[in-house]
Design a protein around this ligand. Structure first.
Ligand code: HEM
Length: 510
């Protein structure tokens, strides 16, 4: 074989160094040009929010995965946009920045909202932004997270009443503590634990008790397993054939519905022979399922059986991993911040001494734990358990000179508020004292905002406070790998699950 003629070589080199990069550039801008052209045809001179739609088909999903999974710098995904598209250079609402960017993520053309004003606008405009679950059956067709409008307001009223009314929180505070105390004793007996796994177990045991009065058994272990399958399927691509996560999730959902329906039926049979007074007395101290079954709205109507079952499943999905994750993060940060732990311990030992005789704290004692409340808020701020909240534009929506097209996804990027140094000094430092002052308006959206703000936020805070009380008064712990990497997907957590040495304090106060 002879050598390649010089002319051919020059042609190939020209293609490589000239045309190939041009082709890549053209491919990179093709999707953005396509969406802009389609937008121009439909809307004329109106403007899309600033941003870029990424590469064809995949959009910016790979870039997001790179920042979250590979670089482990999730906030750089948004900072890069702020730098690129806000003429003030520091994003937010400054310069041309409107706190919104167009992009293409998770298979949909999308707008990211990431400033206090833009997020507020999305959260508080239910007529403009709704919810869209790829498969409503998985989250529950008649569940509060799936319904909209008047039906949502009605259901939400029932749920808030069942889990946030003082009598519920009082009962919950009392029923969760024996399990917390027993779990902590068991951790100390082991000496070394993976906190994320252990916290999950005790959180689930408490959920079973609070929601349906079930004690740990082979059935609750099975229920836990089904919840795991359901949550995995909610995050999976909806491919429905045997072997896929989505297929398994549908099966898990059916099993969960069946098991809670059986529980509901047996309660209805038992209720049929109760007097009205017995029923009313029970409502004061019953579990969440009992509350949902018995409550009536202003017209005297109760929830249907399907609504009770769908919403019990939704409440477990919403409140299980989130609460467990917050508790794990609290233990993690306190292990790294001995000064905060010392002050937490001092406050809680004083409370334990005041209560005396190893008495449990009550719902009424909690407002007096002022420093503990600051540890709770700081933990939840830093944990960023829900980095973003999903909505969809119901119609073309105008916002500060830009148009969000109907049907586009809207991602309310709440995480970026909590890690922005403009909102929180040294945002990545765990500092409960920052809560001596309230956060700047609109910069604390850990529980979302507007008409869908987390219905269980009081319950989450209550459980975290109770755990902190028993941890700080009775135990000490140290991380085995303090410099362990952080995984950010699907939710932030220490990659080693916060493995730690765990032992009783030399002198236990209660
Ligand atoms: C630290 C723990 C928690 C965090 C960070 C959290 C976060 C959130 C967020 C961001 C939303 C808003 C979703 C949206 O706007 O679409 C939400 C909604 C919700 N959360 Fe939580 N949550 C937590 C614990 C809980 C608990 C313990 C429960 C109840 C057992 C719960 C029940 C709900 C429900 C029912 C909704 C839907 C409200 C609605 O659509 O009206 N959450 N949560």
């Amino acid at each position: 074989m002879g050598a390649m003629p010089v002319g051919d070589l020059a042609w190939w080199l020209g293609l490589l160094f000239g045309a190939a990069p041009l082709l890549c550039l053209a491919a990179y801008h093709a999707a953005d040009a396509w969406y802009r052209a389609a937008f121009f045809l439909a809307h004329g001179k109106k403007r899309l929010p600033p941003g870029h739609m990424g590469i064809p088909f995949l959009g910016e999903t790979l870039s997001l995965l790179w920042y979250f999974k590979h670089a482990r710098r999730p906030d750089a995904f948004i900072s890069a946009k702020k730098l690129a598209y806000s003429s003030s250079g520091h994003g937010g609402d400054g310069g041309d920045g409107i706190g919104m960017y167009r992009t293409h993520l998770f298979g949909s053309p999308s707008v990211i909202a990431c400033s206090p004003a833009a997020n507020k606008f999305v959260f508080q405009s239910p007529d403009s932004f709704g919810i869209r679950w790829p498969v409503p059956e998985l989250v529950g067709v008649s569940s509060v997270v799936n319904v909209e409008g008047g039906a949502h307001a009605r259901l939400r009223g029932f749920i808030i009443a069942a889990i946030n009314r003082p009598s519920s929180l009082r009962t919950i505070a009392a029923v969760v503590q024996p399990r917390v105390v027993a779990a902590l004793e068991a951790w100390a007996a082991k000496g070394s634990i993976v906190a994320a796994a252990e916290v999950k177990k005790v959180t689930f045991a408490n959920i079973c008790k609070m929601f349906v009065s079930m004690e740990p058994s082979p059935l609750t272990a099975q229920i836990d397993n089904w919840f795991g399958g359901l949550v995995a399927g909610l995050r999976a691509f909806p491919l429905d054939f045997p072997g896929t996560a989505f297929h398994r999730a549908r099966k898990c959902r059916r099993n969960l519905n069946a098991v809670f329906r059986a529980e509901l039926d047996s309660r209805k049979k038992a209720a049929a022979i109760k007097t009205k007074e017995e029923e009313e007395k029970e409502l004061e101290s019953c579990d969440v399922m009992g509350g949902l079954m018995q409550m009536k709205d202003e017209q005297g109507n109760k929830l249907s059986d399907d609504e009770v079952v769908d919403n019990i499943v939704s409440l477990v999905v919403a409140g299980y991993e989130s609460t467990a994750s917050a508790i794990t993060w609290a233990a993690y940060h306190l292990a790294k911040c001995p000064a905060a732990l010392a002050r937490l311990r001092e406050e809680n030992l004083a409370m334990a001494a005041e209560l005396g005789n190893g008495k449990f704290i009550t719902h009424e004692d909690i407002p007096r734990l002022k420093y503990t409340a600051k540890v709770v808020e700081e933990t939840i701020r830093m944990a960023n358990i829900a980095p973003m909240v999903h909505r969809v534009a119901r119609k073309d929506v105008e916002y500060r000179g830009c148009t969000i097209p109907a049907g586009w996804s809207v991602l309310v990027w709440v995480r970026s508020l909590h890690t922005d140094p403009e909102n929180y000094l040294d945002p990545l430092v765990f500092n409960p004292d920052r809560w001596d002052e309230p956060a700047k308006p609109g910069t604390y959206q850990v529980f979302g905002g507007g008409y869908r703000i987390c219905a269980g936020n009081m319950l989450a805070r209550l459980q975290l406070t109770i755990m902190l009380h028993h941890l700080s008064t009775g135990y000490e712990w140290e991380l085995l790998t303090p410099e362990a990497e952080i995984d950010y997907l699907p939710h932030p957590r220490p990659a080693d699950g916060a493995a730690m040495l765990f032992r009783k304090l030399a002198k236990k106060a209660n």
